[in-house]
Design a protein around this ligand. Sequence first.
Ligand SMILES: CC(C)=CCC/C(C)=C/CC/C(C)=C/CC/C(C)=C/CC/C(C)=C/CC/C(C)=C/CC/C(C)=C/COP(=O)(O)OP(=O)(O)O
Ligand SMILES: O=P(O)(O)OC[C@@H](O)CO
Ligand SMILES: [Mg+2]
Length: 230
Amino acid sequence: MDFKTWRHVFKLDPVKEITDGHLERICRSGTDAILIGGSDDVTLDNVVYLMERLQRYALPVVLEVSTIDSVAPGFDYYFIPTVLNSDDPLWIKGLHHRAIREYGDILDWDELIPEGYCILNGDCKAAKLTGAKTDLTTNDVLAYARLAEHFFQLPIFYMEYSGIYGSIDLVRKVKEVLSETRLFYGGGIDSADKALAALDVADTIVVGNIIYENIEKAIETVEAVAETAD
Ligand SMILES: CC(C)=CCC/C(C)=C/CC/C(C)=C/CC/C(C)=C/CC/C(C)=C/CC/C(C)=C/CC/C(C)=C/COP(=O)(O)OP(=O)(O)O
Ligand SMILES: O=P(O)(O)OC[C@@H](O)CO
Ligand SMILES: [Mg+2]
């Protein structure tokens, strides 16, 4: 159940509808884990509804926390984003401070996994919400990765291209400067080829939107990854 071994993860958005049949295919696909997360309209009700539907499947389920009001107990892990390329302290440590001030005495710290986000698609909702500076040079991104590993000692550095397929060359360069911190890549993976190319340079790939657009293509991404393990 160690997230450090995960290679392929599906990200389900609690705001989007998914049929029981599609959910079953996702959960029985051989993916390593399910991440529940989204950047707007996430509520306690839609998180709990999705979580309950996932309980029958034997795979790790993680809540990627985007608002404190939508946190439900019972997840295997809670991934906590901190947006390194936002200049607004709210999204770097402000909401986190508020949450810890409120719940610090009862938190199980082993379940909380901080993620250093570097948002690279300026048009995605998460970029707009957090005011992320996405007009970055290669050196900027490498510096965020080094900051994550050597300064903040974050277990995950997440290159977030949500909605578009990013620069695999840049992901490769980031991977070369990380050693302890796991590199997550997410954005625009909608085929076996894109999954394999991204996994070739990242530790873990995250597949989201295509689940809702073309379930066959979504399943192909995990089948391709499974074949590389044979
Ligand atoms: C009941 C119980 C167990 C209580 C304890 C509570 C608990 C576990 C507290 C944790 C402590 C803690 C430190 C919490 C932090 C709280 C918090 C709100 C942090 C802020 C997180 C953050 C920076 C959010 C910004 C948005 C973001 C980066 C979201 C990540 C997910 C993401 C990018 C999804 C993609 O969204 P999507 O909707 O698909 O967007 P696109 O359309 O653009 O693709
Ligand atoms: O939805 P897509 O573009 O697959 O991106 C996955 C994930 O990184 C979104 O947070
Ligand atoms: Mg999305």
